[in-house]
Design a protein around this ligand. Structure first.
Ligand code: ADP
Length: 746
């Protein structure tokens, strides 16, 4: 130690100085220019692991042979320059107790001169720093580990000197800001990357807060060196000096862009969910399943309960208070069930603050909160008041209609789209004496249908269910006295907007009396017909006889009278024939006697026959085909068809005296048309003229006598020949009737 202050008297004494030197905590030795050791204190000896006797007078290099070359040069240099030599953390291999170990020293070599300026000694002061070095290395390793840990968790570290503004940061921080890892970026530059608004609104505020709390934390946006927008998260701590001044801030920084994007996406989907919810008018809520407290209400939730989401706040327990007392039990049961199944569902009435009652439907699902322990319900509520009212009015009207159906004497039934009959009115039960279940159980109704009609009944019903065609069937039903009566059953499908059958609505009307009367009527017609035919045939025979006998007579009156009688008798014969036909047709007994014949011949002959008795009109015939046309049919019946059309044409064109007949072939069919230029028909009339007993009603009805059965028979005859009849007509312009027959292919 060199000091300018004079040593105290006692200290200069040799032994005191020696004692002090001996016990110094660092090694001290002196060796001469031949490197022979002249003095070594205890610490120095300990460092070397030698005793005093082993060392004194020995060459210093004996104890560190590996470093002899180094040291010779160093010492020579010291001697030359006369300047001390410092060596921090000098590594030395030491041999102690037979073991070589690596040790570190801080040492100083000092040249010592005598008063005459002659070199005397090298004084060495040695401090072993092996422990210090190993601590230092450990710290370094710890730091490295921390660096690796922070980098692998994508966390950068920084250390900011608040006084100088100097920042030390890990390489990863440079990377986050878009720089090379090896760049050290200044604090000012780092700050310049923060988005302006976030710097003022977030970062600076966070710093002000940190000055009070010591904790520095924020999330903000930066635009990195590559112009890439990123989100960063910083978490740091301020260190204060004793006088309370902030001196240093240390922290970590993370790039949280990915998380933020996820968050934003989540927010977006939340937003979308809310929009969807708004559209469905569903209110949303979460509910703690233990306390039943609700939270996270959506505005719609509040609206349903009669609150204004803009100005009011809903407390977590308020929902329960609105539940109508009659529905509390139902709600409790639903909650119990939810605990087992995880699904919460109930409908209830709520009473709003103004006393108004509403129906709500609540649906929820039991979920586990992310922390695991608490379970909560995420749910929706819907205002179903309107729906409930609607349901009630439907129920009421259904009740009304059921009552009406039950009050009706007619049998009414309802079928499902698949044909199962699921409803029968009271009249059905009264008539059959059976109970309701017997009817609705699998096809139970068929039991009351007469066995003769059962198969056809089922077949036709299945056909209609398949084709959606209306059902129309006459069958006998057994009553409670085991007697059968005839019923006409009709059913119509109720079709929904997609064209599917929603329900079948059917009725069965008792037509037994009508059937009996019709049979009586037919029997009567048959009988009357027979009774009429005989005298008419006789009259006709006599008239023809008379005509033959008096054919050449000059008596004009007689001739005319005979002709008139014959005409009228012919008409009468035709009418009687029609009446007979109709009763035969109804009982399905109109016989057909088919054979092949020429239609050209038939048309020509019929026209000739008509001309003979009806001279009032001119009948033109045009054959629009190059060869003969043959058909396989009942000639008399086809004659009857043409006759009918021709007499109608004459009858319904009293002022226009022309009738055109054409015969042609079209798509494998022979077609005959009869055209008149008379009174014609409008569209409405056209639809009905082929119905039985239909006659166009009008002022002129009196003028045109008839039964209204001619065309009905004509249509039936043609259909039984696989032929067709159709008509074009215009009021006051005339009518053109067509009929077709398949050409004879044999
Ligand atoms: P009707 O015995 O009354 O003539 P039809 O069955 O032959 O019975 O004809 C039914 C109805 O069709 C007639 O009452 C008439 O109104 C109408 N009709 C038939 N043919 C013609 C025609 N050529 N011109 C106008 N109306 C016609």
């Amino acid at each position: 130690m060199k000091t300018d202050a004079p040593l105290p008297a006692f200290a200069v004494q040799q032994n005191v100085l020696e004692n002090v030197l001996w016990e110094l905590p660092f090694g001290f030795s002196l060796h001469n220019s031949d490197h022979l050791i002249e003095y070594a204190n205890e610490t120095w000896l300990n460092i070397l692991g030698r005793s005093h006797a082993e060392v004194i007078g020995k060459n210093i290099f004996d104890f560190m042979p590996d470093n002899a070359r180094d040291f010779t040069a160093i010492l020579a240099n010291i001697k030359r320059t006369k300047k001390p030599f410092y060596s921090p953390e000098y590594r030395l291999k030491r041999n102690r107790n037979g073991q070589t170990e690596e040790v570190f020293f801080n040492f100083v070599y000092h040249p010592i001169y005598d008063d005459a300026g002659e070199f005397k000694f090298f004084a060495s002061v040695v401090l072993e720093v092996t422990d210090l070095i190993s601590i230092k290395n450990k710290i370094k390793a710890d730091e490295e580990r921390l660096r690796l840990a922070t980098e692998s968790s994508h966390t950068a570290t920084w250390d900011l000197n608040l006084k100088t503004g100097e920042i030390i940061h890990s390489p990863y921080l440079s990377k986050i800001f878009g720089y090379e890892k090896t760049d050290q970026v200044t604090h000012a530059i780092l700050r310049s990357h923060i988005v302006e608004r976030d710097r003022t609104d977030i970062v600076e505020r966070a710093f002000d807060k940190a000055l009070k709390t010591g904790i520095y934390q924020y999330e903000a946006r930066i635009v990195d060196k590559e112009q890439c927008e990123k989100w960063i998260y910083t978490n740091g701590k301020i260190f204060f000096e004793e006088d309370g001044m902030p001196s240093r801030m240390v922290g970590v920084l993370q790039d949280i862009t990915d998380r933020k994007i996820q968050e934003m996406l989540l927010q977006e989907s939340h937003h979308q969910l809310n929009t969807a919810m708004d559209a469905t008018k569903l209110g949303r809520f979460d509910m703690n399943f233990e306390t039943l407290e609700k939270y996270n209400f959506s505005p719609r939730f509040m609206e349903i309960l009669g609150y204004d989401p803009k100005t009011e706040i809903l407390s977590s327990k308020v929902f329960e208070k609105h539940i109508h007392p009659n529905f509390r039990e139902r709600r409790a049961e639903a909650l119990q069930k939810a605990a087992k199944t995880g699904d919460l569902y109930y409908q209830a009435k709520v009473i709003l603050r103004d006393g108004q009652e509403k129906w709500i439907e609540l649906y929820g699902r039991l979920l586990q909160s992310p922390e695991g322990a608490k379970s909560y319900i995420s749910g929706t509520i819907r205002d179903i008041t309107e729906y409930k009212n609607y349901e009630r009015s439907i129920k009421e009207s259904e009740k009304k209609y059921r009552f009406l159906a039950d009050a009706m004497p007619q049998i009414v039934w309802i079928g499902e789209s698949d044909g199962r009959l699921t409803y029968f009115n009271q009249a059905t039960l009264d008539y059959s004496g059976k109970n309701y279940n017997e009817f609705v159980s699998a096809n139970g109704w068929i039991d009351i249908v007469h066995p003769d009609e059962q198969i056809e009944n089922v077949r036709l019903w299945e056909h209609c269910v398949r084709t959606k065609e209306p059902f129309n069937f006459e069958h006998r039903f057994r009553n409670k006295n085991n007697e059968y009566r005839w019923f006409l059953s009709r059913a119509f499908p109720e079709i929904d907007e997609n064209g599917n059958v929603r329900k079948w609505v059917g009725t069965s009307t008792d037509i037994d009396d009508m059937k009996k009367q019709e049979k009586q009527k037919n029997d009567f017609i048959k009988m009357a017909n027979h009774e009429l035919k005989t005298p008419v045939t006789t009259i006709k025979g006599y008239v023809q006889l008379l005509k033959k006998m008096r054919g050449q007579s000059d008596d004009k009156f007689l001739t005319n009278s005979l002709n008139t009688i014959e005409n009228q008798v012919n008409k009468l014969t035709m009418l009687i024939g029609d009446l007979l036909d109709i009763s035969r047709m109804e009982s399905g007994k109109l016989p057909l006697n088919k054979k092949t014949f020429s239609l050209v011949g038939l048309v020509t002959e019929t026209i000739e026959d008509i001309k003979a008795s009806e001279q009032s009109h001119q009948i033109n015939f045009e054959l629009k085909h190059t060869s003969d046309i043959e058909v396989y049919a009942d000639k008399d019946r086809i004659t009857q068809v043409l006759n009918n059309l021709l007499t109608n044409a004459i009858k319904y064109s009293p002022l226009k005296k022309r009738v055109d007949v054409e015969l042609f072939v079209e798509r494998g069919n022979a077609v005959v048309s009869v055209e008149d230029f008379g009174i014609g028909m409008d569209e409405c009339e056209l639809l009905k003229i082929f119905e039985r007993f239909y006659r166009v009603s009008g002022e002129d009805e009196e003028t045109y006598p008839g039964f209204g059965i001619g065309l009905f028979i004509v249509k039936d005859i043609l259909e039984r020949h696989e032929g067709k009849i159709w008509v074009k007509s215009e009021k006051e312009k005339g009518s053109k009737f067509y009929f077709s027959l398949p050409l004879n292919k044999i």
